[in-house]
Design a protein around this ligand. Structure first.
Ligand SMILES: [Zn+2]
Length: 243
């Protein structure tokens, strides 16, 4: 079973059009660690050539966390760190977990419905949100894919204050824009979190372009509701949330 999703290409691909590839959604042989490594490489290529940010996935009571000292495109399944969800104790892996692991754990603890937490330092999102711009729906995928979006003020990375703020915000948001830092997206599976990161970057580019070209025209609530009622949109959501 396959679903068409956008190629996450640094050479012009986006989540909204252009080239497409086929994602294998029902490969029973693929472990969640392999899937996490695959997402990590895609994000490194599409959004963040340099190191930064951190990705994780939940497998039962274990959180598989990106290691601290490896870039996203350097990770293999055996490099991941297995953390106990309740205690944060490392149960598997020889590497040290990413510095922002506590933020991931805090989000999982308040969102029992999510299986993936992806945190990026992507350039467009960080730039636009740090310029004081407000992200609002401008195109259909924003409405359909990002879920409930919101923003948080700046806190020093890895600080308890940042963890507390993200924990609170994640209770009722799926995509969180972090001023002077980046963004965080949750997903009921890894591909949903991945998609949210890529669509958010598209939203930042569109907002920047619209602001340069003129005054951004956002979708009003009536148009948002119409998009959400479309059969094609409902189908897309169902496929994206398919386990
Ligand atoms: Zn960060």
């Amino acid at each position: 079973m396959c679903i068409f999703v956008a190629t996450l290409s640094a050479e012009g691909g986006s989540a909204r059009g252009g080239k497409f590839l086929c994602f294998d959604l029902e490969n029973p042989m693929k472990s969640i660690r392999e899937e996490l490594v695959q997402c990590s490489a895609k994000i490194a290529k599409a959004l963040m050539p340099a190191s930064g940010g951190s990705l994780s996935a939940r497998e039962g009571d274990m959180i598989w966390m990106q290691p601290q000292d490896l870039a996203m495109d350097e990770i293999g399944p055996d490099d991941l760190c297995g953390l106990d969800l309740k205690t944060g104790t490392q149960k598997a892996g020889k590497n040290k977990p990413a510095l922002e692991s506590n933020m991931h754990l805090a989000v999982y603890r308040v969102r029992t419905d999510v299986k993936a937490v992806f945190h990026t330092h992507s350039a467009w999102v960080t730039g636009v949100i740090s310029a004081g711009k407000k992200f609002k729906p401008m195109f259909a995928e924003f409405v359909n894919d990002l879920g409930r979006s919101g923003s948080v003020p700046y806190f020093p990375p890895t600080s308890p204050a940042m963890e507390k703020c993200m924990e609170k915000c994640a209770k009722n948001h799926d995509t969180i824009f972090m001023i002077n830092h980046g963004m965080l997206a949750v997903g009921v599976n890894l591909k949903q979190a991945l998609y949210r990161c890529v669509v958010a970057e598209d939203a930042a580019k569109s907002l920047f372009a619209a602001s340069i070209a003129g005054k951004p025209l956002f979708l009003n609530q009536q148009r948002v509701n119409k998009i959400l009622s479309l059969d094609a949109v409902k189908h897309r959501t169902k496929m994206m949330e398919k386990k």
